[in-house]
Design a protein around this ligand. Structure first.
Ligand code: UDP
Ligand code: MG
Length: 317
């Protein structure tokens, strides 16, 4: 399976001065061992993306680059968030790389499965997902919220790989496919499965962050989850429509019931017409909002201008 393809490791970094030197050291050791075994080309690089850090992150990247050309860097003009930083890195890397692996700067994702990812790439996979086997090191809260997130996403009809974060290998053509998704609200985990091609998974155990703090506080996690759902699914709109229909159906039952009670003469004046209008108008209003929502949903899907297809092979001649 030896090959000479170029591998780029893409690492988004936001205020990561505490972990960068150690991360760089470990990744270099990994790359060297793969060079020695002839698994990857010597043109391979470790690409750090500085996502507008406020600490010494970029200085460290510059020093690393000066010390060894295997380290390269991209500096964003300001903080744009993990997903955008990752995309910037992939789009830069795809110019030279044959395959790219994205991973976090804190090395919570096990570096040792990189070999397996590369092997699976040579075995013909365009995308290799890193999947967490256990969440032993996560706090109860993180585990609970994270797993709830995957469940909700699945219920909303978003196709995502369970327990897969952004640790994955992508081939050049897979990243080129990704480049065709023009949407601004980027949720990579949801888009990557839409690219297609042959894919596989590798499982690993997630470690604890060895230094520094998580850059995903609860606020960012919630924003991320909401983004994930609203940028993939119009099911919430459907929910309104369904509620409208249900309440309108109830209003018809209420109509029959109120009339019955009315004719039995067990009501006060005005009650029957009141109760019927409350239910009927409530239901109709929700239904109307839902219908308007359906059209907005359509506009929303159109504005994403997603690629309608990505061709894998053409047989001609
Ligand atoms: N990150 C980034 N920009 C941000 C926030 C985070 O590039 O605005 C990077 C961060 O440096 C790290 C990765 O995204 O490499 C994942 O962040 P973190 O490890 O803090 O998240 P957690 O593992 O706690 O979910
Ligand atoms: Mg982390």
């Amino acid at each position: 399976m030896a090959g000479t393809d170029i591998l780029y490791l893409v690492i988004p970094c936001y205020n990561e001065e505490a972990v960068l030197p150690e991360t760089a050291r470990q990744l270099l050791a990994k790359m060297n061992s793969m060079f020695d075994r002839g698994m990857i080309s010597r043109e391979s690089r470790i690409l750090f993306v500085n996502d507008g850090s406020k600490d010494r992150t970029w200085e460290i990247i510059e020093e690393l680059h000066a010390s060894n050309s295997i380290y390269s860097g991209v500096k964003l003009s300001r903080n744009k968030g993990h997903q955008n930083a990752l995309l910037a890195g992939l789009m830069t890397a795809k110019e030279k790389a044959d395959m790219m692996i994205s991973l976090d700067a804190d090395l919570q994702d096990d570096v040792d499965v990189i070999d397996q990812m590369v092997e699976k790439y040579y075995a013909g996979n365009d995308i290799v997902y890193g999947v967490r086997s256990a969440r032993k090191t996560d706090t109860f809260f993180k585990k609970f919220t994270a797993q709830g997130f995957y469940k909700i996403m699945q219920a909303m009809g978003v196709e995502i790989v369970y327990n897969h974060a952004d640790y994955r290998l992508m081939s050049k053509r897979a990243v080129e496919g990704l480049a065709q998704f023009k949407e601004v609200n980027l949720f990579l985990r949801g888009i990557v499965p839409l690219i297609g091609y042959k894919s596989d998974v590798v499982t690993y155990e997630r470690h604890e962050r060895f230094a520094g703090e998580s850059k995903y506080p609860l606020k960012k996690m919630l924003a991320f989850a909401t983004d994930g759902i609203t940028s993939f699914s119009i099911k919430p709109i459907r929910l309104i429509t369904t509620c409208g229909i249900l309440i309108f159906a109830v209003s018809i039952l209420m109509l029959l019931y109120s009339l019955a009670v009315h004719f039995m003469g067990r009501t006060v004046a005005g009650w029957t017409s009141m109760i019927i209008s409350i239910w009927a108008i409530g239901g109709l209003q929700l239904l109307a909002i839902g219908i308007v929502g359906e059209y907005i949903g359509k506009i929303y899907l159109e504005t994403k201008a997603r690629p309608k297809y990505i061709i894998e092979t053409v047989l001609d001649e």
